[in-house]
Write a protein that binds this ligand. Structure first.
Ligand code: HEM
Length: 753
């Protein structure tokens, strides 16, 4: 990196700092439920509650009015060795109701029974209307200071560190739905700045389905399960979704991204994030700049294959949630660089012919490079899902001085919607006082009372002007750090209309399509064919094919062929925009931190080599999972998966330390994956299946010892791309890691002729 470039050298400095900031207590194999292993017998000796696991913390301890309390986080959790009522009264028994005799009626005077059941009856709160399924982590944002010339936001000054809480989510599914469905992912960041809370509430897709927020209920109603049968759950492969988007063609660009590999991320850690709307930054001198925000993951942008995604939804529906928590617990802290594309704040708010107020349009990075302004690292897991991940309340209108909104009509509806929905979801107006939502800046808001008021306000004059409270609180102008809206001119006729520039619905989907590599195009064709193939109504399919015809004739033809329908002609001449290579996910190399390596071994293998490889995987910052015929220990190594419990989709790469014979449970009645036919001298059929799947999903396969026998049984050639067979296990591992850097063995997906 060049010293002469201030942005780059700042990046280097922070990356270096973070790289040397190790976590002393990171877990080798993450995922155990608590900080101490349990005893076999039920513990009977009273003791204080267990400490949380080292990777887990709650929200920072601030008062409901944003003041640091200095209290330990333990003070927010349950304390004391004995069971109590909610009033702190110790209780002798929670297993039996108070009765008139052991076989007699339960007595109404049992206050413990009533309190326990009453509270249980009200444990559920409404799930989010959208983005109900999510997962979150705490972290820190370190500003490079490279945006300090365009914004006065204090947290974007050089070297400032700001605590953050980030929640990732799917959009359509209910709280208990599976993680790896095809959908947009939410990427919401709460910055606890010294000037108040700033929320960047974005998605992993840079455009949206609609240009005006008044259409949000329409697109969501179309995407949610059908109202009569309430199916299908958490997916867009159904008639109402395609009915809507085929009629409402401004959705075409977002839909195209969903049908691309972006709709099925490998991990939250491997997603980009986008603020979507154009925002207006303002500096201390009052000069304004229009910007679009981007989060760039250090691990690169990677996806699952569609078959993997579907298998994972059965094998591990919590796959993304587990991946994030495990990576943090194992010390593989995910990092994203925050960047901005900057545009002059011209009266027309256009850039190179692109309407910056249209949320269905991107500005290609080749036209406006993303300039890094800070680095975020997620390094702590929540200690309680409900208190933190569920109760966090993001809002696109949580702004700090230096960041203002624009007239994007999608954003306008959001500025109303979030507070409004949280009023119901979180049961009253005081949700900013819930610990995870508390600002880290003094709050003096004159808002009073309401359900769940946690603050104990003082004074008698929560109004302005007053003299009885000494005139407090006082208004803050810009000089005192007050939030002063940029005084932009507004004028216009009162109309319900969209500008003419919003009418172009196809040129940017075509730009996206043309920017894809051949294999990414194949995946897009496959996704449209799958989704439309799940629709019942011919008219819906035919109408969507007309939309595809206006994007690209090859895309339209291939999907039409899969659906068994004729390909229509375009109704608009195709736009000839230059492709944007930055949109493709293929063709580069990235770090492999936190990747999962499956190692198949049994007693017949050289366990010394297996141990050395396992240690080398850990040393490379990845997680090795030993897969053996049965649980317990394999030599000195704990077995994390058996042939019964393992499925290929859990691993990023597979290593074979030999050719294990069928395990004792390798028959169809015990494990359907095994099938029923076991020829003499066979390899365990579950291992063969794993290799077949890993091969089909274009993942690296390494082997030593007698591993070649497994490949033969799976019909995989030793010479196939991404298959490494050698004598030296550690050398095989090194080459496998080399392949993993490209995420997949892309040559295994030859495009159609
Ligand atoms: C650029 C377009 C949009 C983006 C990037 C976006 C992003 C998000 C994200 C990330 C969340 C989840 C927040 C969390 O993790 O708690 C969310 C929730 C939500 N969004 Fe949006 N959204 C967009 C458009 C809209 C629009 C137009 C509306 C309504 C007019 C809307 C209404 C909601 C609601 C009601 C929630 C649930 C909030 C809660 O219960 O706390 N969104 N959105």
């Amino acid at each position: 990196m060049s010293e002469s470039n201030p942005i780059k050298s700042a990046v280097e400095k922070v990356v270096d700092t973070v790289a040397h900031h190790g976590h002393p207590e990171k877990a080798e194999i993450p995922g155990v439920p608590n900080s101490e292993p349990p005893s076999l017998e039920e513990p009977v000796e009273p003791r204080e509650p267990l400490a949380p696991k080292p990777d887990q913390t709650g929200p920072d301890t601030f008062s409901p009015t944003g003041q640091p309390t200095g209290a330990s986080q333990d003070a927010m959790a349950q304390g004391g060795a004995f069971l109590t009522s909610a009033q702190g009264v110790r209780l002798p028994d929670t297993d039996h109701s108070l009765k008139a005799g052991p076989r007699g009626p339960v007595l109404l005077q049992d206050f413990h029974l009533r309190e326990k059941i009453m509270h249980f009856d009200h444990e559920r709160i409404p799930e989010r209307v959208v983005h109900a399924r999510g997962s979150a982590a705490h972290g820190v944002f370190r500003s490079y200071g490279t945006a300090a010339n365009i914004t006065k936001a204090a947290f974007l000054a050089e070297g400032v560190e700001t605590p953050v809480f980030v929640r990732f989510s799917t959009v359509l599914g209910s709280r208990g739905s599976a993680d790896t469905v095809r959908d947009t992912r939410g990427f919401a960041t709460k910055f606890y700045t010294t000037e108040g809370v700033y929320d960047l509430v974005g998605n992993n897709i840079p455009v949206f389905f609609i240009q005006d927020g008044i259409k949000f209920p329409d697109v969501i109603h179309a995407g949610k399960p059908h109202p009569d049968r309430e199916i299908p759950q958490a997916q867009s492969a159904h008639d109402t979704f395609w009915d809507f988007v085929s009629l409402h063609t401004e959705a075409t660009h977002h839909t195209m991204w969903n049908m691309s590999d972006r709709g099925i991320p490998r991990s939250f850690r491997m997603m980009e994030g986008f603020g979507v709307h154009t925002f207006r930054l303002v500096n201390a001198e009052g000069a304004t700049t229009l910007v679009k925000f981007h989060w760039k993951p250090k691990l690169g942008v990677h996806s699952l294959t569609w078959e993997e995604a579907q298998l994972i939804n059965g094998v591990d529906p919590d796959y993304h949630r587990r991946d994030l928590a495990d990576a943090i617990e194992a010390g593989a802290y995910p990092q994203w660089e925050l960047g901005v594309q900057t545009f002059p704040d011209t009266p027309d708010q256009m850039f190179e012919g692109i309407d910056l107020l249209d949320p269905t349009k991107i500005v290609p990075e080749e036209l406006a490079p993303v300039q890094p302004i800070g680095l975020m690292e997620l390094n702590r897991n929540p200690s309680n899902f409900f208190a933190e991940t569920e109760q966090v309340a993001f809002h696109a209108g949580h702004l700090v001085p230096g960041i203002d909104v624009t007239d994007d009509p999608l954003l306008a509806a959001r500025l109303f919607s979030y507070l409004d929905t949280q009023l119901t979801r979180l049961g009253g107006p005081n949700f900013p006082q819930i610990p995870i939502n508390r600002p880290h800046a003094p709050v003096n808001d004159m808002l009073r009372d309401g359900f769940h008021q946690d603050a104990v306000h003082r004074g008698v004059a929560p109004y302005r002007p007053n003299s009885l409270d000494g005139g407090c609180p006082f208004q803050a102008g810009a000089a005192e750090g007050g939030y002063v809206e940029v005084p932009v001119e507004v004028a216009g006729r009162k109309v319900r209309e969209a500008p003419a520039s919003y009418a172009d619905h196809f040129s940017q989907p075509r730009l996206f399509w043309r920017s894809m590599s051949p294999v990414e195009k194949e995946h897009i064709i496959d996704a449209y064919t799958f989704e439309l193939g799940k629709c019942y109504e011919q008219a819906v399919k035919e109408r969507q094919l007309r939309v595809l015809a206006n994007i690209d004739p090859v895309l339209c033809r291939e999907v039409a062929q899969g659906l068994g329908l004729p390909a229509p002609e375009p109704t608009e001449p195709p736009a000839e925009l230059a492709p944007s290579p930055a949109l493709s996910q293929v063709g580069r190399e990235w770090p492999t931190d936190g990747r999962i390596i499956g190692i198949v071994a049994d007693e017949s293998c050289d366990l010394g080599v297996v141990g050395a490889v396992r240690t080398a995987v850990l040393a490379a910052g990845m997680v090795p999972l030993i897969i053996a015929p049965k649980g317990g220990m394999l030599g000195t190594m704990p077995v994390q998966r058996t042939f019964l419990t393992a499925r290929s989709v859990e691993f990023d790469a597979l290593l074979l330390a030999g050719a294990p014979a069928p395990g004792k449970d390798a028959f169809g009645a015990r494990d359907a994956k095994a099938g029923n036919l076991l020829p003499d001298g066979a390899v365990d059929p579950r291992v063969v299946l794993m290799v077949m799947e890993v091969y089909r999903h274009a993942k690296a396969i390494g082997g030593w010892g007698t591993a070649a026998r497994v490949l033969t049984a799976a019909g995989v050639s030793e010479q196939a791309p991404g298959v490494i067979v050698g004598e030296d296990g550690e050398q095989v591992l090194r080459e496998t890691i080399g392949l993993l850097a490209a995420h997949r063995v892309w040559e295994r997906f030859p495009p159609a002729a």
